[in-house]
Write a protein that binds this ligand. Structure first.
Ligand code: GLU
Length: 417
């Protein structure tokens, strides 16, 4: 997470604040998180020795409701990056109309280097450190990069133990047996495909004639690929941190995942139709993937991958920002000039937190939601948010990102007032 990320996010906010004519008292409150926790997490490793990890929780703003946002485990986690991501969560929750503010947490760690028991002790250790400042009506964490339902289960269990009562609404993204909700795992990717379908309607994109490339094959990238494939879109390349694959006739995401599980990586998993065959495809780098001649580019991995350096070379006509902050502001102005339409992250990837909201309600009310209801309500919320953003962008002749930020920040500012 480059230090620039927070400055960039802050600059973006200030630009919109100026546009909205916000009072300086409001700008002062929103330009920094309300609170940021930094702490050590000493963990007893399997060899008996203690290792100290560093964790963060940034609580950006709670004017619209309790702080909400994931916890990521990644070697590049930094205080600056977590602050930026917590600000993005405030805008995201506001834009889609959730009764939440924005928060984000992280630990500097490559989780692959820990055993399952060490990971459990780290996750419980994290909760011990943030315990006094989180809770179902204070700050509700969820999964993010490299964290999942199992980690949320340990965390919620630890929190409930410390409180002396079962509190499933303290975390979302939990397993179904712990008041997790059906559809949460695939929600972010599914939400992105709702946006893809909106674009298809407006610009008359026929799925079978529309090519897609996806950067990232984690939870978000995989489910995006899977649902897009089911709708008939042609996914010609995907990648992960180590590099990507290109299958000109269109690849099968489910088969690719199965192959990856066996091989440990996607390189060589050239799966089209129902078979995987090396003659179908070839290796490509992440850099090449971003610049491929394609209709839709989906950055679904990490921030700052489309920059002023590569923006002039992007050949896609549409970008769906599934990662948080994948397109820098400088890159966006270049893309705007080149008439490449980019759907902002706070809209495109909001599906996860929307379904987290349903899970939070379900955990409080102890009344299970059916999967069909989850997906229907998610479509309705994202569809409405998309229409609002697009209407404003058309009316004011501004980018989708500017329109989305305009709506989101305006609402938070009003709540503060
Ligand atoms: N980590 C996801 C995000 O960035 C989900 C957050 C949540 O469900 O609270 O939106």
């Amino acid at each position: 997470m480059p230090e620039k990320f927070f400055l960039q996010t802050q600059k973006q906010f200030k630009k919109i604040a100026k546009f909205l004519n916000l009072e300086s008292e409001i700008i002062q409150q929103l330009k920094e998180p309300q609170r940021i926790l930094k702490f050590q997490i000493p963990v007893r490793m399997d060899n008996g020795k203690i290792k100290v990890f560093f964790g963060f929780r940034s609580q950006h703003n709670n004017s619209l409701g309790p702080y909400k946002g994931g916890i990521r485990y990644h070697p590049n986690v930094s205080e600056d990056g977590i602050k930026a991501l917590s600000m993005l969560m405030t805008w995201k929750c506001s834009l889609v109309g959730l009764p939440f503010g924005g928060g984000k947490g992280g630990v500097i760690i490559n989780p692959l280097e820990l055993s399952k028991n060490e990971l459990e002790r780290l996750s419980r250790g994290y909760v011990n450190k943030v315990f006094p400042l989180i809770g179902p009506d204070i700050d509700i964490p969820a999964p993010d990069v490299n964290t999942n339902a199992q980690i949320m289960a340990w965390m919620d269990d630890e929190y409930s133990k410390l409180k002396g009562k079962d509190l499933p609404a303290a975390f979302t993204g939990k397993p179904l047996e712990m008041w997790g909700i059906k559809g949460r795992e695939e929600a972010t990717g599914y939400g992105g495909v709702i946006i893809l379908e909106k674009l298809s309607k407006i610009f008359d994109l026929k799925p079978e004639k529309t090519t897609l490339v996806i950067q990232g094959f984690g939870n978000v990238g995989y489910y995006f690929a899977r649902f897009a494939f089911k709708k008939g879109f042609k996914i010609i390349a995907i990648s992960e941190a180590e590099g990507g694959i290109y299958v000109s006739k269109g690849l099968n995401p489910e088969k690719t995942l199965k192959c990856k599980e066996v091989k440990g990586k996607i390189a060589g998993c050239y799966c089209a139709g129902s078979v995987c065959d090396t003659s179908f495809g070839e290796k490509i780098t992440n850099k090449e993937l971003l610049q491929m001649p394609v209709d839709v580019l989906v950055p679904a991995a990490v921030e700052n991958v489309i920059t002023k350096e590569n923006a002039p070379k992007i050949k896609a006509k549409y970008i769906i920002e599934m990662a948080n902050g994948p397109v820098t502001p400088e890159a966006l102005s270049i893309l705007n000039k080149r008439k490449v339409l980019s759907v902002p992250d706070i809209l495109a990837n909001a599906g996860g937190v929307v379904v987290s909201y349903f899970e939070w309600l379900q955990s409080k009310e102890k009344k299970k939601w059916k999967k069909r209801k989850v997906l229907e309500e998610l479509s309705a919320i994202l569809g409405k948010a998309f229409d609002k953003v697009r209407d404003l962008s058309q009316r004011e002749k501004i980018s989708l990102r500017k329109a989305a930020y305009f709506i989101a920040i305006n609402k938070v500012a009003k709540a503060i007032k």
